[in-house]
Write a protein that binds this ligand. Structure first.
Ligand code: CUA
Length: 365
């Protein structure tokens, strides 16, 4: 009697199951199409980017139907099998265990998962491998509260640092990432690659930059919460033609040839001139330009106060205090704790004096 009743119920449910299956299939197709149409990522700024984007598309194609299947089954059950208190046993006693069902719902997801992991491993291996022709340049990336610093090594082995990232188009670049204080994360979304900057170790990734249309600059972002200034730890990556990059590189690795050579040389005897020139160098190499505006240094940062304005009426003692103890006096419109307190130990005393003198000189003209 009960078996007959259940058979009757199953038959009466069939149209509803078919309806749910059709609706689910439509939702899955719409979901996948939408997922593929949406532009989730910025322009593809590296040769690695399209492989990662393709992997993303595959994940959408596989996971959206599974999500729809689960949601449809849950909704269907909620609607069709809902019961009021006391009605729980109307469709017979609860079922315990169904080996065949359990094997299926373990084996199918396991197979899908292993297949996706294998594919992910292949993609990762592919985007991380060194270029076949061995043509690659190294850039050291230094993370610090709250700026990135980029260090290049010239042909003569001499190093120089910049606050903006410059890379040649179409050439593999290997980034060696370090941190001077806390965890940061070096990320250029357009390149799709990202890695933590960890104090005490060097981490790496490589990409081959490409230009996308007329876009030649991409944002460099810190993707690890590293303090109050985390959100401002943003700089710019410039992708240049090999020719433009070579010219830039030559100028950077031999700055005295371009300008200022006379001042630096002659100033050593005179004292004052060399001091100010050295101070400008200290300003550049400590990433001050990332946060501050200072016209003499071509800096236009807006995270911290505009130095042209706030230092114009201050003496050297005040400037020095603001560097070593930044929270002592806070400029109007800014808040405590943004400027790192590490410059006290990071900048050596003679460099600090040079920096103070430089800042005083260029803001009191
Ligand atoms: Cu550095 Cu967030």
């Amino acid at each position: 009697m009960r078996a007959e009743m259940e058979r009757g119920r199953d038959a009466s449910l069939r149209p509803a199951i078919i309806r749910a299956a059709v609706l689910g299939a439509i939702a899955a197709v719409v979901g996948v199409v939408l997922g593929l149409l949406i532009h989730w990522f910025p322009a593809q700024g590296s040769t690695q980017a399209h492989k990662i984007d393709t992997f993303w598309d595959v994940l959408i194609i596989v996971s959206v139907p599974i999500f729809v299947l689960v949601v449809t089954t849950v909704l269907f059950s909620v609607v069709k099998f809902r019961m009021r208190p006391g009605e729980e046993d109307l469709d017979g006693p609860p079922i315990h265990g169904n080996t065949r069902l359990e094997v299926i719902w373990t084996a199918v997801p396991a197979t899908i998962l292993i297949a996706l992991c294998a594919y992910a491993y292949i993609v990762l291996h592919d985007v991380e491998k060194a270029p076949a022709n061995g043509r690659e340049m190294d850039v050291k990336v230094i993370g610090r509260q709250f700026t990135w610093q980029f260090e290049y090594t010239g042909k003569d082995g001499k190093k120089f640092q910049t606050t903006q990232l410059y890379v040649p188009e179409g050439r593999s670049v290997r980034f060696n990432v370090v941190s001077e204080d806390v965890l940061h994360d070096f990320w250029v979304p357009a390149w799709r690659m990202k890695i933590d900057a960890v104090p005490g170790i060097t981490t790496h990734y490589r990409i081959t930059p490409v230009k996308t249309g007329h876009t030649v600059t991409y944002p460099v972002v810190c993707a690890e919460l590293c303090g109050l200034g985390h959100a401002f730890m943003r700089q710019t990556a410039h992708v240049m033609t090999q020719q433009a990059f070579d010219a830039w590189f030559a100028k950077q690795s031999n700055p005295s040839a371009a300008a200022g050579g006379a001042t630096a040389g002659g100033g050593a005897a005179a004292g004052g001139g060399a001091n100010v020139a050295a101070g400008k160098q200290v300003f550049a190499s400590n990433g001050c330009a990332a946060c501050h505006t200072l016209s003499d240094a071509g800096a236009s940062g807006s995270i911290g106060p505009d130095l042209d304005k706030v230092l114009a009426s201050q003496n050297q003692a005040f400037i020095k205090q603001s560097i070593v103890d930044p929270n002592a006096v806070i400029a109007k419109g800014f808040q405590k704790g943004i400027m790192p307190e590490t410059f006290k130990t990071q900048i050596k005393p003679p460099d600090l004096d040079a920096l103070v003198k430089y800042l005083y000189t260029v803001t009191h003209k």
